[in-house]
Design a binder for this molecule. Structure first.
Ligand SMILES: [Zn+2]
Ligand SMILES: [Zn+2]
Length: 241
């Protein structure tokens, strides 16, 4: 786990057969109003909480968990984490929040094959991913949390309710699985995915000034070259038409 800058911590995912998403903790420590962005794969909550404690972060200060989206590799250990932080609220884009509250797990698993595989691998029962959502995000919010301002941007395409969090003062972007380092983008074949919308979402992100890119997987970028997201969007254009 490393501090990216004041108000942003990074906990690296520990992939196994299925990836484990990175987790980011956002908010200035003196505010005592921290947010966790994403949770991770089933069984991957323990080491993250242990890291936080080791760093001297009081988990009582983590007031909410904001999901970039609700795929298995991001929400798998949410239940484990909420057990240790039951005071924490859950904030999710409305397109996936309604499904979570209904216990509709199609987005969580993405496709039937993964549902069968994950349920067998992790001994998950149907309904394992039913959660109460405390705040349904629309994608036009300006969140004043933790002594910082994070803009919520709805970027559908990888999933229906994917969001990015953007901190304009320092040009920090947390795009979930929509865009990664190395000109990679999220897959667009799972439940709720839409290649054309993903293309639009990439161009939407390309309008932002981004110096620090903190994606859901793989390496993070501390010095994003100018035009990086636009170049990525253009490169993928033929596949997203
Ligand atoms: Zn995903
Ligand atoms: Zn992911």
């Amino acid at each position: 786990m490393t501090q990216i800058c004041e108000g942003v911590y990074f906990i690296q995912g520990r992939d196994e057969m299925i990836p484990d998403s990175h987790v980011y903790i956002i908010g200035k420590s003196e505010s005592k109003d921290l947010s966790m962005v994403d949770a991770g794969l089933v069984g991957k909550g323990g080491y993250k909480i242990a890291y936080l404690k080791k760093l001297g972060i009081d988990i009582k200060d983590i007031k909410r968990i904001i999901m970039t989206h609700t795929h298995m590799d991001h929400i798998g250990c949410l239940g484990e984490i909420l057990k240790q932080m039951p005071w924490s609220e859950l904030w999710v884009h409305t397109h996936e929040a309604v499904q979570l509250e209904d216990g509709d797990e199609r987005t969580v698993y993405g496709m039937e094959m993964f549902r069968n595989m994950c349920q067998a691998q992790y001994n998950l029962k149907p309904g394992a991913f039913k959660f109460q959502v405390h705040k349904k995000l629309n994608g036009d919010e300006r969140l004043e949390i933790g002594g910082m301002i994070w803009e919520v941007i709805h970027i559908p395409g990888h999933s229906a309710g994917s969001i990015a969090l953007y901190e304009r003062a320092d040009n920090i972007l947390i795009p979930g699985d929509v865009v990664y380092a190395d000109y990679a983008i999220g897959r667009f074949d799972l439940h709720g995915a839409d290649p054309a919308k993903l293309h639009e979402s990439l161009f939407r992100l390309a309008e932002l000034e981004v110096d620090v890119l903190l994606p859901g997987h793989n390496r993070i970028m501390n010095q994003v070259p100018e035009g990086y997201i636009r170049a990525t969007a253009e490169q993928w254009g033929p596949y997203l038409a």
